[in-house]
Write a protein that binds this ligand. Sequence first.
Ligand code: BES
Ligand code: ZN
Length: 635
Amino acid sequence: MQKRIIPVLKAIFLIAAAGAVLVISGCRSGTPAAGTRIDDPHSFSRPWEVTVTELTLDLNIDFERKVLSGSAAWEIKAAEGAPQLILDINNLEIDRIMLQPGGSIAKYTVGAVEPILGQPLTIELAPETESVVVYYSTKPGPSALDWLEPAQTAGGRHPFLYTQSQPVLARSIFPCQDTPGVRFPYRATITVQPGLMVVMSAENPQTKSDDGIYHFTMPQPIPSYLVALAAGDLVFQSLRPRTGIYAEPEVIDKAAYEFAETETMLEAAETLYGDYRWGRYDLLVLPPAFPIGGMENPRLTFATPTILAGDRSLTALIAHELAHSWSGNLVTNASWENLWLNEGFTVYFESRIMEAVYGHEYDQMLTTLSLGKLYEALDRYGWDHPDTRLKIDLDGRDPDSCFTAMAYDKGHMFLLHLEQQLGRERWDEFLNGYFDTFAFQSMSTEKFLEYLDAEIITGDQELAGRLNIDGWVYSPGLPETFPKFHSSMLEAIRQQADDFSAGGSAADIDTSGWTAHHWLQFLRQLPDSIGAERLVELDQRFQLTNSGNAEIQFDWFRLSILNEYAVAYPALEQFLTSVGRLKFIRPLYQALRTTEAGRVMATRIYQQARPGYHSAGWKYLDPLMGYEPANPAAK
Ligand code: BES
Ligand code: ZN
C-alpha cells in the first residue's frame, strides 16, 4: 500500500510544483508596471531570481516552552547563475542551513529587523543546489502563533495553539518567500504531545494519533499566508460527504448544529462559479481568543466561536470563507495592495451564495447592513482620501491597513455594478472564465482590468462609459452610478427605532419575526446619546445584556458604554476578557476611553486581558490603551 502511494504523491507534487513555476511566470506578465518582477513591497524575497517550488516542514510543538522547532526544506528553482535565495523571517532563531544535494552547511546572513516585515534571510547557494533545509525555532513575541493556556479553551484542561498568518506573519512560522505572488505545495510532519490533535490547511486526520505524530499533504500550490496550523483537544464530526467540523468536544455539537448547512453552501458556490478544487471543505472552531471572524485556510476554514449564536444567524461568515476557495485561494491577489481582488470578490460571491441558499430578501438585508458600515468608513476617512480607492498604495506601510470596508464593501459594490450593467448571465459567464483561466495564479488589478477589457469591453465605448472602471477602481469615494438597494424589512425597523428614540415605549416595539440582523438594524439606528434610562427599558423588556449573540452584544455594549449603563458592565468585562475578536474589542476599548470612569475600567480590564489576545492585535490595542509593555515580547 505504502509503496503505491508514494509514487502517486510524487507525481502530484511534480505537477503541482510545475504549476507553481507557471504561476510565477504568469504573475510576471500580469504586472506590467513592474516589468518582470513580482512587485510586492512587503517581502524581502526576489522570486524572479530564485523561487521556492515545494515545502517540507518537520516541526515539533513544545507547549511547555511555547516553541515550534524543527526544519523547513525548500525545493528551489534558480535563474541561471543566481547565487542567493532570500527568504523572509520574523522572530525566528536560525540554527543552521544545509544545502542539498551534498549536505553542505550553507553560509547565510540575517538582515536588520524591520518592524512589520521582519528580516531577510539570505542564503548562499551552490551551483548544484536543488534544495535548502533551514533548521530553526520560533521566538516569543509578535507572531502568527498564538499559544493558549488551558483556561482559554472550552475544556479548560489542555493547551491550544493556532496560527493566523494573513497578511505577513507566515514568516514567523517558517522561513518563506512571504508574498502572495509565490505558490507552492507542501508536506508536513508535526509532532505534539500525545492526546492532542493537529490540523493544517491540508489533508487532515479525523482522529487523534497515539504517538502525537501527524503527517500532512497539501498537493495544490498555495501562497505562504495560507499555510495554517492548529493543535489542541480536537474532535472531528462529519456533516455531509465533503464537509465536517473540528472543535473541542465541548463545542462540537453546537458547532455541528450551527454549520449544518455548509455543504448546501458549497453546492450553491459550485453551481455559481465552477468546481470546488480542494477536496474536502472542513471548519475548525477556535477558542474565543481568535482575533478575527474567519480565515480562509484552504480545506479548513478557521472560525471564531462568536458566530455560534444557536440559531444559524451568523453563518454568512462561512459563506464568505468558503467563497475564498475561488476568490483568493484559487485566484490570489498578487500583493496586499490588490486585496480588493480577494475580499471584494469574496463579499460579492458570499452574497450570491446567501441569495442562492436563503433567498433574495435575506441577502438584501445583509448587504444593506454592511453598506451602512461602508458609508461610516467613508465618512471617517473623508470621501476624497486616497485610501478609499480600490487599489491603494501600501509602500512603506503596514499591509494590515488594507483590510478596510473599501476592499470589502466598495469592492463588492463595484462587482455588483458590473453585474447590473452587463446582466447576470453574461457576468457569471465572465466570472466562471476568470476563475478557470487564472486558477492557481496571482492577479493584479491591472491584469484583471485587462482581462475584463479583452473579454467584455472589446472596444465598445458606450459600454466602457457605463462601466466607469476608472471611477470605481482608481478614484476615491463612490461613483454616482451606485447600485440601489432596498430592504423593506429594514425600513420598517428603522421606523420603530426612530419612534422609540422619539420617546415611544419599549412595550410598543413589535419584534415578531425579528432575526439577529433586525436587532442590529434597530440598535444601530438608535442615537449614541440615547441615555441610560432608555437602555434600562429596552433591557428589561428584551434582556439584551444577556444576549447570546455576539453581534448584538457588541452593539449593545457599545451603546451601554456610551450611555454609562452600568448594568451591562459585568457582561462587558466577561466579553472583553474572553473574546479576542478585534472587530469587537477594539471599538469597545475605544468607546470606554471616551469617559474618565471608562478609561479606568478599560485599563484594568486590558491589563488582565492582554496576554490572552493574539499578538497581532497588540499593535492596535497597546497605543489605544497607552500601554507600554515592560517586555514587549512577553505574552
Ligand atoms: N481574509 C479575511 C481574514 C483577515 C482579515 C485576515 C483581516 C487578516 C486581516 C477573512 O476572509 C475575512 O474577511 N473575515 C472576516 C469575516 C467576513 C465575513 C467579512 C472577519 O474576520 O471578520
Ligand atoms: Zn475575506
